[in-house]
Structure formats: C-alpha cells, structure tokens
Write a protein that binds this ligand. Structure first.
Ligand SMILES: CCCCCCCCCC/C=C\CCCCCCC/C=C/C(=O)SCCNC(=O)CCNC(=O)[C@H](O)C(C)(C)COP(=O)(O)OP(=O)(O)OC[C@H]1O[C@@H](n2cnc3c(N)ncnc32)[C@H](O)[C@@H]1OP(=O)(O)O
Ligand SMILES: Cc1cc2nc3c(=O)[nH]c(=O)nc-3n(C[C@H](O)[C@H](O)[C@H](O)COP(=O)(O)OP(=O)(O)OC[C@H]3O[C@@H](n4cnc5c(N)ncnc54)[C@H](O)[C@@H]3O)c2cc1C
Length: 666
C-alpha cells in the first residue's frame, strides 16, 4: 500500500485561509463540472497504470532510451485513451493534452500527429480525402506529422524549395529535394516515429510554379518501418528542450505519390493537369492559424504549472527574518515574492479567458468559410498572430520568473521548471517566429489605420482606432475600464506613429518595402501594444461576464486578479501611458499603492488559486510543487535516485582521481 504522507503544515494553514470555493473555480477554468470530472477520471486511470511509472527518472536515461521510453508510454497512453473512449464520450483535446504531461514528462513523439497531422486532413482535405485518411489517422493505424519547415526556410514559406511536379501521364506528383537547404527540418515525430506526413511543397505543372500546397505522403513501410525508396529521413539531434519530440529531417528523390494525395479542399489539380485556384490561397495556411489559437491555451497551462510550483514552494519555504528575534518567514510573505508570483496566476487566467473568445472567433471563421464567406479571416489572422506571439513570450518570461522565485532549488531538474521552460520557450519560435507574427499583425494594423482615416467602419478588435480619432483623450480615472481605454490609446498612438514613420520614409523617396523595414521596430511595438490592449480588454470583459454567474466570494477573487493584471501592466508600461494617454504622475503613484493593496488581497488566496488549476502531482512532476508540500523530503528522495549514489565509490576514483591525486602529492 502506498504510504500516505502528512500535508505540510504551512500549506494546511494556507488552504484554511482561502476565502472562496476552490472546486468552483476549477469547474469554471475547465469549462464545467463535467469536463473536470472527465479529466480527473482519466487522470486517475493513468495514475494506476503500473507500466507508466518510471523506475529510473527519465533525466538519467540516454537520448535513445528516453525516446524509446516516450514511445512505449505514448502507446500505452493511446490504448488507455481508446479504452476510456469506448466506454464514455470522446475526451476533450485539452484533457488529453494535459494528461500527456503525466505520462511523457517532456514532449510526446506523437505530438504533431494529434496537434497538426489530423487537423490538417480535416482543414485541408476534401470530404473524399477525409473519408480515406481520417479514420486511419484517428485510430492511429497511420501516424503522421506536419513537414513544412526546411533547413533554408521556416518563416518565408513561399520560399520553400521542396518540389511536387505533376506528371499527367501517370497522374502522380514527383517529390524532390533539390538542395540541402530544401530538406525538411524540425517536424516533430519525423525522426524515427511517423510513417506519414503532410509535406508542404512547391507545385509545378508543365514547368509552371503554382505556389505551396499540402500533400499526404507515406514515408515509411507500414510493416518494416523502413524509409521507402527515394526517402531520406532521420532525427535532427538534441535541442534546448523537446527532448523526446523526435524532431526530424526529410528529403525526397523522385518520390512519386498519387494525384489524390494533394489535399484539395482549397486549390485542386485535375487529372489533365489543370490547376483550379481556391477561394483564397492563404487558406493553405489554415492549420497554422488553428495551432496559433491553441498556443494561447497552452501558454495558459504552462503558466499555471509554473505558478503552482512556485506558489506552493513559496508557502513552504522559510528564509530570513523580517524582524529580529522572530521566526524565519514564509518567503511568500515577502512583497517582492508576491510581485513575482501573483502576476503568474493572473496571467494564466488572462490567457484562459482570451483563449475562450479567440477559439469562438476561430470556429466562426471556419463556419463562414464553409459558406464561402471570408470577411473575418484577416482579423482572425491578425489576432491569432499577435496573441500567439504575446502569450508565448509572456509565458516564457513568467516561467523563468517562477524558476528564479524558487532560488537554487528552481534550477533542479526535479523542480520540473527547466522542462516547462523548454517547451514554453519553443512556442515563441515555432508556429511562426515571434517578431514575424507581430509584423503580420502590424500589416493589418496599418491597413486598419488607413481605413480609420478614411472614415470606414472597422472590425471590432480595431474599432478603438475610430474612437481615438473621433474623441479627445478621455479624462483619466484609475478604474479598470478607463485603464483599458488607456492601453487602447497607447496602441492607437503607436500605430499612428509607425504609420507616419513609413509615410515619412516613402516621402523621402524610399520604396514602401524599405520604408516598412525602417519602421519595423515601431511596427512591432505597435503590435505589442495592440496585443496588450486586446488581452486586457478581453480579460476584463470575460471576468465581468462570468462574475454574474459565480458565487460572490469567487467573483471577488476573480476581480482582484483581473485588476492585478491590469494594474501590473499599467505600471510596467507607465512610460507609454504618460506619452499616449491622459494618465498623470499622481495617478501612477495611486496605482502603485493599489497594486500593493491587490497583492495583500490576493495573498490569503494564493495557494487556493493555484490549487484551483487542479494540476495533479503526476502532471506537475515537481519536487517543489506537489500538493502535500514535502519539498525537502522529495528533493532528497529524487537525489537518491541519481545513479552516482548507487555505489559508495565511483569507479572514476580508481581510474582517474586516485592516480591524479597521487601524482599531485609527489
Ligand atoms: C500524449 C498525447 C497528446 C495528445 C495531444 C492532443 C492535442 C490536442 C490539442 C492540441 C493543442 C495544441 C497542439 C499544438 C501542436 C503544436 C505543434 C507545434 C510544433 C511546431 C510546428 C510548426 O512550427 S509548423 C511550421 C509553422 N510555420 C510557420 O508558422 C511559418 C510562419 N510563416 C508564415 O506563416 C508565412 O510565411 C507568413 C505569414 C509569415 C508570410 O506569408 P506570405 O505568404 O509571404 O504572406 P505575406 O506576403 O506576408 O502576406 C500576404 C497576405 O496574406 C495574409 N496572410 C498571411 N498568412 C495568413 C493566414 N494564415 N491566414 C490569412 N491570411 C494570411 C497576410 O495578412 C497578407 O494580407 P495582406 O492583406 O496582403 O496584408
Ligand atoms: C521546437 C520546435 C518544433 C518545431 N516543429 C516543427 C514542425 O513540427 N513542423 C515544421 O514544419 N516546423 C517546425 N518547427 C519550425 C518552426 O516553425 C520554425 O523554426 C519557425 O517558423 C521559425 O522559422 P526559422 O527557423 O526559419 O527562423 P527564421 O525565419 O530564420 O528567423 C531567424 C530570425 O530572423 C528574423 N526574421 C525572419 N524573417 C523576418 C522578417 N520577414 N522580418 C523580420 N525579421 C525576420 C526572425 O525574427 C528571427 O529573429 C519547429 C521549431 C521548433 C523550435
């Protein structure tokens, strides 16, 4: 029988202090009691699968062993999931995504199968293609990835070099990787796991180039798993994180695939080689839009993980005295510690709320596209780009801040903060590099500004530009609503400045593209300011909306969190607000006090708030963040698992140290 340990006394006291119902908040964050129950049930089943327990912590395994262990466990996870779904409803993707952390610890080699391969078939395939590939893909009879990036190009996908040349005689495409730079590079699971992939390649028909399109390609034999003739595939080697994601490379040499393997929901190639244009060529980029939306949710989860670890640890950890002769204090009682941590909790809520409305906006666009309507696509693209960029970047900063807040122990692998940092920061680069995505949003903002100047009606997310042009700056008040307006004024002011800078360069004789480049630092600042205004506005609106449907005690805490988020960012961007809004120095002084008040109000609920994220110990994988708070015992237990502690004297002593010391004595 498993030993039951006492919960750390500080954590017991913290939980007693909590002023709201933790369970109620968990249900709210999950999207309903049923979702929470489903998640807990599934996590509970996984907890009891003996084969999923690691005898040796993964960190001590070699690169190869780690990967093999991840594949072994991912297969078990998939089987458990299948059994679960036979008896009950299909698990929500977010619940499987969370459970994956309990099993794989790092990133699953199947990550891209569920995350991009299946969604691309759904988003880019015709009904016939879906009927052919989806059942096999969903049942995992075939396993796939998304192979777009190449050694030479990741951002500029119009520059991809893999070619798909149509041969009308055989009704096939011939895939080729003409140069080393045209090799696919990065796709998760490609290294040694998948047997299929979506390959994004330049289409050629009768010597004419038709741009990039997605193709389903089988790359390995389904029986032997050997690469098919004409395929060169392998793993790219160790990275900063993503240790078990099995990222790979792939090259083609006259590799033929049937015509029906080009995903043709948008553009089509007919048997005789006629090219039929799609409604909008950018719809080929649809999977990326979907993943960018999902990354906002991932960022919320990664931030919640780091906050849970660091807040519980801060409640357990005592260090230094505030007053002489008094006991050492819990480090969570240092205001500087609260400053580092409470924003982490609020940020996770901000991203969850943002994801909720952004995902609805995404679904609406998908529905519209089904009716051949694409009016909201540019706005969705602009929003998904800047919110992916800002949420992943903020999450990276927050996770690192949480690590620093745990002092030396945060640097331990067993805290799990390094792995969380690895996958959080990867998201800043993948699915569209940070700066590049901000610049995509900036393109939209420049057009919106021009439309505002022309008096046109703007899309809701940029409608504030019209208000800004119409009215004088509003009289400042230190209320969340007026502060959000202030963020909109900053965004509008920066958008105007960037626009004017471009115009200035153009007037001075520069090409528009050069003028754009010269103004691009201002453009990304405008995009960042726009993101912050959107995040604060959306978070505030969602909080007001949900507050009416939850208990008053919870509504109060949610209100403290949203205020903290807004005031934190006011103080962080005070310089900008002073330039672009009516805020005064005195208002900032008042807000500094307000911020300290909010920290004090949140303090008794800090542990309750991270408990409400309801991240099980198996998912958290952290010596510092476990529910029972046995921090020191767990650190010691984990240290004892080091292979170096398995023998009293390591052989290197006899081999190297002893002769070395002897020589030194002579
Ligand atoms: C253990 C079990 C686990 C189970 C798990 C279950 C999981 C389920 C839940 C899953 C949750 C999360 C899953 C996450 C999976 C994450 C996997 C991550 C791994 C990483 C993958 C990758 O990185 S894939 C590769 C991504 N690559 C990129 O993002 C490339 C970035 N570059 C681009 O997008 C383009 O090249 C760029 C947009 C920068 C430029 O394109 P270009 O064609 O040159 O266009 P422009 O000239 O700049 O613009 C022309 C106009 O087009 C408009 N536009 C551009 N893009 C879009 C678009 N996507 N949609 C609409 N419109 C677009 C642009 O705005 C311009 O318009 P304008 O009017 O002319 O201004
Ligand atoms: C962990 C991880 C997993 C990945 N998984 C996959 C996968 O499964 N499938 C897949 O296809 N790809 C994958 N990728 C690749 C990823 O999508 C690309 O790395 C990403 O899109 C960035 O492209 P890049 O590497 O070419 O960077 P680059 O574009 O070369 O960026 C380098 C620098 O140049 C700057 N830059 C580039 N273009 C511009 C511009 N127009 N204006 C201003 N600055 C610019 C960037 O801001 C950046 O600072 C993965 C990457 C990582 C790190």
């Amino acid at each position: 029988m498993a030993t039951v340990h006492k919960i750390n006394e500080d954590l017991v006291k913290e939980r007693q202090k909590c002023t709201f119902n933790v369970q109620e908040l968990t249900y709210l964050l999950d999207g309903g009691e049923e979702v929470t129950k489903e998640r807990r049930e599934f996590e509970n089943i996984l907890r009891n699968v003996k084969e999923l327990q690691d005898e040796v912590p993964e960190v001590y395994l070699s690169h190869k062993e780690r990967y093999e262990n991840a594949v072994r466990k991912t297969c078990i996870l998939q089987n458990v999931r299948n059994d679960f779904e036979k008896k009950r409803e299909v698990l929500s993707p977010r619940n499987i995504f969370r459970a994956g952390y309990a099993v794989i610890k790092d990133v699953s080699p199947f990550f891209l199968h569920n995350g991009m391969f299946v969604p691309t078939i759904i988003g880019q395939g015709t009904p016939e293609q879906q009927a052919e590939w989806l059942p096999k893909a969903k049942a995992m009879a075939i396993i796939g990835t998304y192979a777009q990036t190449e050694l030479g190009h990741g951002t500029f996908i119009r520059g991809l070099e893999t070619t798909a040349t149509y041969d009308a005689k055989t009704e096939e495409f011939i895939l080729n990787s003409p140069k080393v730079t045209s090799y696919k590079w990065w796709p998760g699971g490609l290294g040694t796991t998948v047997n299929h992939c979506i390959t994004v390649a330049q289409l050629y028909i009768n010597g004419k180039k038709y741009g990039i399109h997605p193709f389903i390609v089988q790359i390995r034999d389904l029986e032997t798993h050997k690469p098919l003739p004409g395929i060169k595939v392998g793993e790219i080697g160790p990275k900063m994180g993503f240790a078990t994601a099995n990222n790979g490379f792939l090259g083609f040499q006259n590799f033929r695939i049937p015509r029906k393997n080009m995903l043709m929901k948008n553009a089509q190639v007919l048997k005789d080689g006629t090219f039929v244009k799609g409604m909008n060529e950018k719809l080929t980029y649809g999977t990326m839009v979907m993943v960018r939306v999902n990354i906002v949710s991932d960022s919320a989860f990664h931030t919640a993980m780091a906050a849970t670890i660091a807040v519980r640890y801060a409640a357990v950890r005592h260090q230094s005295q505030l007053k002489a002769k008094e006991p050492e204090v819990q480090i969570i009682d240092y205001l500087t510690q609260q400053h580092k941590l409470f924003i982490a909790i609020a940020t996770s809520h901000a991203f969850s709320n943002t994801y909720t409305w952004l995902y609805q906006a995404y679904l609406k666009v998908v529905e519209d596209l089904g009716k051949q309507k694409q009016d909201h696509l540019p706005e969705l693209h602009a929003l998904s780009c800047c919110l992916k960029a800002t949420s992943s970047r903020d999450a990276g900063v927050i996770v690192e801040q949480c690590r620093l807040a745990c002092g030396g122990h945060g640097y331990m692998a067993s805290s799990n903060l390094p792995i969380i940092y690895g996958y959080t920061t990867a998201a800043i680069t993948y699915e569209g590099e940070h700066t590049v995505l901000l610049l995509q949003t900036a393109r939209y903002l420049m057009k919106a500004w021009m439309s505002a100047l022309e008096g046109k009606v703007l899309a809701p997310s940029v409608a504030y530009l019209v208000d800004w042009l119409k009215s004088d700056k509003q009289r400042w008040q230190n209320t969340p609503e007026v502060i959000v307006k202030g963020f909109q004024h900053v965004a509008a002011g920066k958008i105007k400045d960037a626009f004017d800078a471009i115009q200035k360069h153009v007037k001075a004789g520069k090409d528009y593209e050069d003028a754009w480049n010269l103004a691009s630092v201002q453009l990304i600042k405008a995009s960042e300011a726009h993101s912050r205004a959107i995040l604060c506005d959306g978070y505030l609106r969602e909080t007001v909306r949900t507050s009416s449907s939850v208990s008053p005690s919870l509504a109060k805490v949610l209100n403290h969190l949203v205020q903290l988020y807004i005031v934190y960012w006011t103080l962080e961007t005070a310089g900008d607000l002073l330039v672009y809004s009516n805020i005064g120095k005195d208002d900032i002084a008042v807000l500094k006090e307000k911020y300290e008040e909010l920290l004090a109000l949140i303090r008794p609920n800090a542990v309750g708030l991270v408990d409400a994220f309801d991240i099980s110990d198996e998912i958290l994988q952290s010596t510092l963040g476990s529910y029972d708070g046995r921090v020191y015992e767990r650190l010691m237990e984990e240290a004892m698992k080091s292979p170096l502690n398995k023998e009293p004297v390591n052989q290197s002593f006899h081999k190297y140290l002893k002769p070395f010391i002897k020589k030194a004595k002579l």
